[in-house]
Design a protein around this ligand. Structure first.
Ligand SMILES: C[S@@+](CC[C@H](N)C(=O)[O-])C[C@H]1O[C@@H](n2cnc3c(N)ncnc32)[C@H](O)[C@@H]1O
Length: 417
């Protein structure tokens, strides 16, 4: 092992789940336990500076950052739903204003639906195979909600309301809710599936306001500044912007064979008006096919081992590492001297060969004036194990290859320019 790994049981948080301390406003695949981020930032003595999460998902790194006193934060993610959730969690809005808007919306919606002819006035949005995923009544009621939320003038409140709306879309659709990929429930289940869209939405909205008021609002300070972009991190966008800390959990493979962030979010993204929502997974890391194998450094041996069994799979795997390499090449120069990167990853197994992603990350950062400090190994608890939730490319199948996660910590040379 080129870069040393220490097993650290204190990072297992075996008895804790995500919801224990940081309930999410919306389900999201492969979330990072914020407790881990808090423990690591404290261990490194970090309580200020500018933090970057280049794959921020639902924003767990920012929850950890706020807890240790960091106020300057930047997040990137290609998934519009991820940006929506993170924005809602960390934008300061008086809970009373949210509650007032909730009551107004409720009255307006129920007044509107009293008149049958109103319902037919609203044109349905362009959702792919709408009848396949939604009953006519569900689609109609989701459309009513969309119509009223769209009209809300306060953009911050509107954004917040779109989060429980997105979750209502998912829960009231025919998608199997315990899978990240888009699979429809069985025909027999469809016959008895008759969700009440309005009750589901308003209950979620009420619960979300409560969670926000209890767990997020009190932590957002006047000086808290979070900038979010729905894009891959690119140093070119703002070359002057530098960072002191990266805290992130990147994807650990492409969406096709690991976690399908795009498919998980497709229906919500389409209702939210995102163009080409169905193409999102191909745009995420490892989504574009490549024609050559990744055959350098710490990965060379494992990828050639996979190629001997299945060349196509080895190319898929290579595509992911080329993207991860490019991403690190963008991030590394933007980190200030003495700054730290903290990456949390899984080393997945493909065709019986375990890919040393942790080693790869350390190796890449070392090419840009960083020094590997330590890699911690933590056991995935049954509550947060991606293997339980991530469907592989086979329908209904579970990936069960990762029992540990790795926390890679590198520091940029203090004299690096
Ligand atoms: C493991 S998840 C992050 C989860 C997050 N830490 C949380 O707790 O919610 C990885 C994220 O990377 C995003 N992603 C994948 N490829 C990306 C890319 N090229 N640029 C930006 N984000 C990307 C996915 O949309 C997903 O939200």
């Amino acid at each position: 092992m080129k870069y040393s790994i220490i097993r650290d049981k204190t990072l297992d948080f075996a008895d804790q789940g995500y919801a224990d301390l940081y309930p999410n406003l919306h389900k999201y695949p492969a979330t990072m336990l914020p407790q881990i981020g808090v423990a690591l930032l404290k261990r490194l003595g970090i309580s200020s500076g500018i933090l970057l999460d280049p794959y921020c998902g639902s924003g767990s790194s920012f929850a950890a950052a706020l807890d240790v006193g960091i106020t300057q934060m930047f997040g990137f993610d290609l998934n519009p739903l991820a940006i929506l959730i993170t924005q809602a969690k960390f934008t300061k809005i008086a809970p009373a204003a949210l509650d007032e808007a909730r009551q107004k919306l409720r009255e307006a919606v129920f007044e509107f639906v009293k008149k049958e002819k109103n319902l037919n006035r609203l044109e349905l949005p362009n959702i792919t195979n709408i009848d396949y995923w939604f009953s006519p009544a569900v689609a109609q009621n989701l459309n009513v909600l969309r119509y009223f939320i769209d009209q809300m003038e306060d953009q911050k409140i509107k954004n917040f309301f779109l989060v429980p709306y997105a979750e209502t879309i998912r829960e009231c659709s025919y998608t199997r809710n315990n899978e990240f990929k888009l699979y429809r429930i069985k025909p027999a289940e469809i016959l008895s599936f008759n969700p009440d869209v309005f009750s589901a939405f308003f209950k979620k909205l009420t619960d979300s306001i409560q969670i926000y008021a209890d767990y997020y609002f009190p932590k957002i300070q006047e000086e808290t500044h979070l900038e979010l972009r729905q894009a891959p991190f690119s140093a070119e966008v703002n070359p002057q912007q530098t960072f002191d800390i990266v805290l992130t959990s990147p994807p650990y493979g492409d969406s096709r064979t690991t976690v399908a962030y795009g498919q998980f979010s497709t229906l919500a993204n389409e209702w939210l008006g995102v163009n080409e929502a169905r193409k999102l997974d191909n745009a995420l890391m490892g989504g574009k096919r490549v024609k050559r194998l990744y055959n350098q450094g710490v990965l060379e041996q494992t990828i050639s081992q996979i190629a001997q069994i299945d060349e196509k799979r080895a190319l898929d795997v290579s595509a992911f590492y080329f993207d991860l390499q490019d991403s690190i090449a963008q991030i590394a120069p933007q980190i200030n001297p003495g700054g730290n990167i903290i990456y949390l990853v899984g080393n997945r197994t493909v065709k019986g060969a375990q890919l040393p992603t942790d080693q790869f990350i350390a190796e890449q950062f070392e090419q840009y004036g960083f020094k590997h400090q330590i890699t911690y190994e933590r056991a995935l608890s049954s509550k947060v194990m991606p293997s339980q939730n991530s469907p592989s490319n086979q329908k209904g199948a579970k990936v069960n290859t990762m029992l540990f996660e790795y926390v890679i910590i590198c520091e940029k040379d203090k004299s690096a320019g």
